[in-house]
Design a binder for this molecule. Structure first.
Ligand code: EPU
Length: 338
């Protein structure tokens, strides 16, 4: 366990915002985490962080931040069709994907190159190119901060939705996840129907039947061509969620804007591409002070060099007001604003 006082969080958030936290505790393994929460009273202000890839700090944090720094993966069960892997919550998500693809286990190749830890992936229900984390999730172990007790949570208890789970709502900051079990397939079923995935995988591999490693390469290629690398330009991926509207609202919009980008969901609902709305509002590539909207992808807000969290927040509010004015649609942040 490492305890830091009055520490800069610049390295702990991918926006690269320079704020300070009163305390940051990084736990190395489960037992010490349990002992810590059994023996210590909880401060009023506290939060659990992962890789910091979905956070915007707008001011110094006057409380305690907790982070799992444990690493490692174990295959805990194998059957003819699937394997079950237990992963330490602090493990880097993309290392898990890379390991799975190298060993021929399918299910998460479409989720390649997403920054963050697997613990955060489970909280956030990360998703990309037609796959969501919940599709492979089996269970997780978490420690209750108030008493140090260890509890298992299974798929049915997670209340998974688009970019949401119980750990973002009713159980927010009450449990620290220590490990996650995912189920991967020995006979991968490829998901090729989202956007340019199929085309890109065929082109890059030169094969008529791509495999999971071709999909991983295609996803990485697409992401690198559109999304800025947080190591070079501070950002947190998609800043807003794609808004979901009913068919009546959608019909009106589509009549007015025939080229509007959307995905049809079940229950006659439609998910609109927030990036399209922002681009159509004329905001792609703009900047206000050191905060910007990425010129290649309108859903990505960027720190163009020493921006403050407040500058990025103000730009996000400006985007929200323009999109509201132009389309009467409310954009909600996907990023957690602290
Ligand atoms: N588009 C624009 N302008 C742009 C960018 C995109 O009009 O500047 C249009 C595209 O033409 C396309 C549509 O918007 O028709 C969707 O774009 P894209 O495929 O890039 O996906 P997205 O809906 O913007 C979501 C996720 C991403 C994920 C991609 C791929 C959310 C909030 N974001 O973005 O996740 O990688 O799909 O599946 O759901 C993240 O969560 O941080 C993230 C990057």
């Amino acid at each position: 366990m490492k305890i830091f006082k009055n520490i800069s969080l610049q390295k702990f958030n991918t926006f690269g915002i320079k704020v300070f936290a009163q305390e940051l505790i990084i736990f190395e393994e489960s037992k010490e985490t349990q002992d810590y929460f059994q023996q210590n009273d909880l401060p009023q202000t506290r939060m659990i962080i992962g890789g910091g890839s979905n956070l915007l700090f707008t001011k110094d944090y006057s409380g305690s931040l907790y982070k799992m720094g444990n690493k490692g993966m174990d295959v805990i069960d194998q059957r003819s069709s699937h394997i079950w892997v237990k992963v330490a919550a602090g493990e880097d998500w993309d290392s898990v994907v890379s390991w799975a693809v190298e060993n021929g286990y399918g299910g998460i190749e479409n989720l390649s190159h997403i920054p963050g830890t697997i613990g955060a992936a489970a909280v956030q229900n990360i998703g990309a190119y037609g796959v969501e984390f919940q599709d492979v999730f089996q269970s997780l172990e978490a420690i209750q901060l108030s008493n140090g007790e260890n509890t298992n949570f299974y798929l049915g208890e997670m209340s998974y939705e688009y970019r949401n789970s119980k750990f973002k709502t009713s159980l927010k900051n009450q449990f620290i996840i220590t490990s996650v079990i995912i189920k991967l397939s020995r006979f991968p079923m490829l998901k090729l129907d989202y956007g340019q995935i199929k085309e890109e995988a065929l082109k890059l591999s030169g094969k008529s039947l791509p495999d999971i490693s071709d999909i991983r390469k295609a996803v990485i290629h697409i992401r690198q061509s559109k999304l800025p690398d947080p190591k070079e330009i501070g950002n947190a991926g998609s800043f807003f969620k794609n808004p979901i509207v009913d068919s009546k609202t959608f019909d009106v919009l589509q009549q007015k804007y025939p080229d509007i980008a959307y995905y049809k969901l079940e229950d006659s609902q439609y998910k609109l591409a927030a990036a399209w709305l922002i681009e159509y509002s004329g905001l792609k590539g703009i900047h206000k002070g050191k905060a910007g909207i990425h010129p290649q992808h309108a859903l990505i807000l960027t720190n163009n060099g020493n921006a403050t969290g407040k500058e990025i927040l103000h730009l996000s509010q400006f985007v929200q007001s323009q999109v509201k004015k132009d389309f009467n649609i409310e954009l909600s942040p996907e990023v957690l604003i602290v």
